[in-house]
Design a binder for this molecule. Structure first.
Ligand code: GLY
Ligand code: GLY
Length: 384
């Protein structure tokens, strides 16, 4: 896509006010995570119910441990506090057995946010081996006939979410020179681009394939409104995932997809810059199907857009992506989203959504929203 669109330029980037607001939000995030550890040691929360992390609700799948531990690594990186490192190592170690987990497609979420920062800090070869094993395990989900990594739903199912996990395979390929891993990861990205990413940059959540022939059958969804709608978080996963894959491979075709996703994102954001759970939600419908926001999608997109703003070769795009990320973070740092004035609320960000149809974590805090909010704030503060 050539860079011919004119984007509006907003106010200058990191002001002193933003530094103060983002730093205060990070302080609050540290308090909330420390309190969650204190209340329920060795428990990995996924979403809150009425603002509480510990509950009996269905979990669908076990995919978010890397976000909770990942925040602990971010907090250690922020201040060098040895207590955060101790907690981060402990919680990461609790996830180590997942390196051979064949049941989920989420090994990137789990290991890139835990063992990767741990390995980068120490250079310990054993930690490196865990990352490589996890990458090889994820690659075993590859369906040769359809040329994709299958989702946890079944062999015939491709999820847009996997775009945020496939970077683990590229990482392992880069570290080992294993061209088979690179082939699988590249094919997955291309199939996802061709089957789930639409020409206008929106994305479907799921693709269904014929296992006998490998033929693509149809788009589908679990967490979005409809097969042909644009589930906000799925779009954020795609935008950030393709950006990460571009960062790991230098392949322009991945940058193009991420920019297409980002341009769609920018063009569909409502006035206050925080998306509804699905860009095609009918706002005249009652909640949760109507005007329910998803703060987690905004947090993921903000973090992805900060990276993409540096990667894009187009100045107008870079400014637009960067400014949009900061405006989204400004809103998330306000009392409508940040739970700082909500006594007893155990999460950091309110108004996230996990699974509308299953009524799981709707209008609650969700662990990936927490992690990507912390990640994005940290990136923005550091960029100054
Ligand atoms: N990746 C697991 C889930 O979609 O909840
Ligand atoms: N399916 C993973 C997610 O909720 O985004």
């Amino acid at each position: 896509m050539s860079c011919t669109r004119q984007f509006e330029e907003r106010e200058p980037a990191m002001t002193d006010q933003r530094i103060d607001d983002y730093s205060a939000a990070l302080d609050f995030a540290e308090q909330q995570v420390a309190a969650a550890i204190e209340r329920h040691p060795d428990y990995f929360p996924i979403y809150t119910t009425d603002g509480k992390w510990f509950h009996q609700g269905e979990l669908w799948t076990d995919w978010t441990g890397g976000f909770f531990s990942g925040m602990m690594w971010k907090f250690h990186e922020r201040s060098g506090d040895p207590l955060w490192r101790e907690r981060a190592e402990h919680y990461s170690r609790l996830l180590e057995h997942r390196q051979v987990d064949r049941n989920v497609h989420d090994l990137g979420f789990i290991f890139l946010n835990t063992y990767l920062p741990w390995f980068r800090l120490t250079g310990d070869e054993q930690l490196h081996q865990v990352l490589l094993t996890a990458g090889r395990t994820l690659a075993k989900r590859f369906i040769e006939k359809g040329q994709y990594l299958c989702s946890f739903i079944g062999l015939d199912s491709l999820f847009i979410d996997i775009m945020m996990n496939v970077p683990l395979i590229f990482y392992a390929a880069n570290e080992t020179g294993d061209e088979e891993l690179r082939r699988v990861a590249t094919a997955h990205c291309r199939t996802t681009r061709d089957r789930l990413v639409r020409p206008d940059g929106s994305t479907a959540h799921e693709g269904i394939f014929d296992l006998q022939t490998g033929r693509f059958v149809r788009q589908s969804t679990h967490q979005g409104l409809r097969a042909d709608s644009a589930w906000a978080r799925g779009l954020a996963w795609s935008m950030y995932g393709y950006s990460k894959c571009y960062g790991l491979t230098g392949m322009d075709e991945f940058l193009e997809v991420s920019q297409r996703n980002a341009d769609y994102w920018l063009s569909r954001l409502p006035e206050d810059k925080i998306p509804y759970w699905d860009f095609d939600a009918d706002l005249s419908q009652p909640l949760p199907w109507g005007p329910q926001k998803d703060s987690s999608a905004a947090a993921i997109a903000a973090s992805g857009l900060l990276d993409l703003a540096r990667q894009t070769k187009c100045r107008e795009r870079s400014i637009a992506y960067h400014n949009t990320a900061l405006v989204m973070l400004d809103i998330l740092c306000g009392p409508q989203y940040l739970a700082v004035r909500d006594s007893g609320w155990e999460g950091i960000l309110k108004h996230g959504v996990y699974h509308t149809k299953k009524n799981l974590g709707v209008d609650e805090s969700v662990m990936w929203g927490e992690f990507f909010f912390v990640e994005a704030l940290g990136k923005a503060v550091e960029e100054r």
